[in-house]
Design a protein around this ligand. Structure first.
Ligand SMILES: NC(=O)c1ccc[n+]([C@@H]2O[C@H](COP(=O)([O-])OP(=O)(O)OC[C@H]3O[C@@H](n4cnc5c(N)ncnc54)[C@H](OP(=O)(O)O)[C@@H]3O)[C@@H](O)[C@H]2O)c1
Length: 303
């Protein structure tokens, strides 16, 4: 599909945001970026200048989120948590201060569903559309342009405009319902992952204690019903005790907090998710806030 060039602001050039913004620039969109730590925006701009992919328009960086958003048709966010989104959306320096009527705010941050509805309402009062669009696929997926994007939007037309540009870094991008539905779907994703990672951690520890070769074991059982993304991508590093990469435990605890609060609100129970959240709290107590989520195995290897 031929996508017309759009003027896009991108706020938050972290592990996920930086490669996503690069894909948008490579797709020919005109980008203005903002990052709280200015040096990261400077590094990102230098990488764009050195890129071998020919871009139609040079990208630029702005001093505030509001400056980045001025004149943009779409504003994409990828920051940390609910309060971080509020910090870049509201106030004199926030993106809503300058976003034009008819423009669209897309939030790739993983947040609560309540925050998504709150920002959708604030945008709606100014004639700005909103799409909550959390992602799955990790930093590797962002770099490869192969993310899964789960969207919530009150307007199908707003979703379709966002979808057309999100395609630059997505293998799958779908509207799951009204504002907040993307975040609820991401919660389902994290509930699935929490149980699978703990199961894999126990399997890796058992394999090593039994004196089996983990490479051989996971190659063989990975062809059967036990296969998972976590097994394919994390079993070897778990067996080797390597956790200094990937999806940080602190982000997973934030996400599991959203899941537990939402389940409580819905009158449901998440006993396994609650247990895994407590195990992650123990990993944090060992200094593992920034370790990959697969570090659950360390609690078993070094009790
Ligand atoms: N990493 C993953 O594998 C992954 C996968 C799926 C979803 N996610 C979600 O994606 C989001 C971003 O994750 P990440 O791994 O890219 O995080 P990250 O590397 O820590 O980057 C966070 C970005 O947000 C900015 N930021 C944070 N708080 C801010 C504030 N109050 N005001 C302005 N800017 C702020 C940071 O700016 P500074 O540079 O100044 O710190 C940085 O650019 C999170 O919600 C996470 O849960 C991550």
């Amino acid at each position: 599909m031929l996508v017309p060039m759009a003027r896009i602001a991108f706020v938050g050039l972290g592990a996920m945001g930086a490669p996503m913004a690069s894909h948008l620039a490579a797709a020919g969109h005109q980008l203005t970026v903002y990052n709280r730590t200015r040096a990261k925006a400077d590094i990102w701009l230098r990488q764009q200048e050195a890129s071998t992919v020919r871009q139609h328009e040079a990208s630029a960086s702005a001093a505030t989120p509001a400056d980045a958003a001025a004149g943009a048709e779409l504003v994409m966010l990828c920051v940390g948590n609910d309060d971080d989104v509020r910090a870049v959306v509201h106030g004199d320096d926030g993106v809503l201060a300058t976003m034009a009527v008819g423009s669209i705010l897309v939030d790739h941050t993983t947040t609560s569903a309540g925050l998504a509805r709150e920002v959708a309402t604030a945008g709606g009062e100014r004639g700005v559309g909103f799409v909550d669009a959390p992602v799955s696929g990790g930093q590797a997926g962002a770099e490869a342009g192969r993310l899964t994007v789960m969207c919530g939007a009150d307007s199908q037309a707003d979703f379709e405009r966002a979808h057309a540009v999100i395609d630059a870094y997505a293998v799958k991008c779908e509207r799951m319902g009204p504002a907040g539905a993307g975040q609820l779907t991401k919660m389902v994703n994290q509930i699935c992952i929490a149980g699978v990672v703990q199961g894999l951690a126990e399997a890796v520890d058992f394999t090593l204690r039994a004196g089996l070769d983990p490479a051989q074991v996971f190659d063989v059982i990975g062809k059967g019903a036990a296969q998972s993304w976590q097994m394919d991508n994390r079993a070897a590093t778990m067996a080797a005790g390597e956790f200094d990469f990937g999806f940080a435990v602190q982000w997973m605890r934030k996400d599991l907090g959203f899941c537990l609060a939402e389940a409580h609100r819905l009158g449901g129970r998440l006993p396994l998710t609650a247990l895994v959240d407590q195990l992650y709290a123990q990993v944090e107590q060992r200094g593992g806030k920034r370790w990959d989520t697969s570090s659950l195995v360390q609690l078993l290897r070094e009790p």
